[in-house]
Design a protein around this ligand. Structure first.
Ligand SMILES: Nc1ncnc2c1ncn2[C@@H]1O[C@H](COP(=O)(O)OP(=O)(O)OP(=O)(O)O)[C@@H](O)[C@H]1O
Length: 250
């Protein structure tokens, strides 16, 4: 079943078409990787799907509902969350408060602390606390929960960003270069984590330059070059596609 769809998506910056007439489909439960050379339009496509940009042309659908033009907060609220290429944590906030930030889209304002607790704010806070503890334990960050984000080693900061993104129980998770800067052991661990998230029912879209990770983990690989889609298929097909070899893999 199709969960997220982009139809004829174009994003122009002045005279440049960063994304050019791209059809995009994400099927429920799959791991789809988006690859291509620097400047191919991968992050711009992420920014379209997560509401940071509104496409110049084309439409985006989640579960058949047109979500074109929705803002990032609303996109997160309907179950599409993401991480960023350059980690964007609240550096001076604790690990647990960073995860709580991810929960706002799910439980709304009560978390900030309502003056007069209502049944719904009490329920929301209970859910948030349970979910926070679950995420901290799941990612092995519980003992570090009071630590400032900026004091975590790089690999754990990346993990924390994933924690913030999965906290609101998204249906779709977009990971922008999650293995960037990781050593081979951390990358292996990341692969295990991505598989496990998929097994928990989260559909995954990732941008990644680490071809071992991409070819090892993906159900499908989509390739962009100069904003255009040049291939879309199983990893072994894409690996042998002459256009892809010429533009990127070669
Ligand atoms: N806000 C913007 N204003 C103007 N041009 C932009 C903007 N964002 C991206 N671009 C341009 O659009 C093109 C696609 O950029 P994008 O960051 O999407 O590529 P990418 O495939 O993610 O590259 P990388 O692998 O280097 O992250 C590039 O030429 C880039 O300079």
């Amino acid at each position: 079943m199709r969960i997220l769809k982009g139809s004829k998506l174009t994003m122009r910056f002045g005279g440049l078409k960063a994304v050019n007439n791209v059809d995009f489909n994400l099927t429920n439960g799959e791991i789809l990787s988006l690859i291509g050379p620097n400047g191919a339009g991968k992050t711009t496509l992420f920014n379209l799907l997560t509401g940071i940009y509104t496409p110049t042309e084309g439409s985006i659908y989640m579960d058949e509902k047109n979500i074109t033009g929705l803002k990032p907060y609303d996109i997160a609220s309907i179950g599409i969350t993401r991480t960023f290429q350059n980690i964007r944590l609240f550096a001076d906030m604790s690990v647990e408060d960073n995860i709580m930030m991810g929960l706002h889209t799910k439980v709304g304002a009560p978390l900030i602390g309502s003056i007069i607790p209502t049944p719904s704010s009490i329920r929301a806070n209970k859910f948030a606390k349970e979910r926070l503890d679950w995420v901290l334990n799941y990612l092995g960050l519980y003992s570090l929960r009071k630590e400032k984000a900026k004091n975590l080693p790089y690999g754990l900061q990346r993990k924390l960003e994933i924690g913030r993104a999965i906290a609101p129980e998204p249906e779709v998770l977009l990971l922008d270069e999650p293995a960037a800067g990781m050593n081979p052991q951390e990358t292996n661990e990341l692969m295990g984590l991505i598989y496990d998230l998929r097994d928990k029912g989260i559909t995954i879209l990732l941008i990644e330059h680490d071809m071992k990770l991409v070819m090892g983990i993906s159900d499908r690989v989509m390739v962009l070059n100069y904003g255009e889609k040049i291939a879309d298929g199983k990893p072994e097909e894409v690996k042998q596609n002459p256009d892809v070899i010429k533009a990127y893999l070669g």
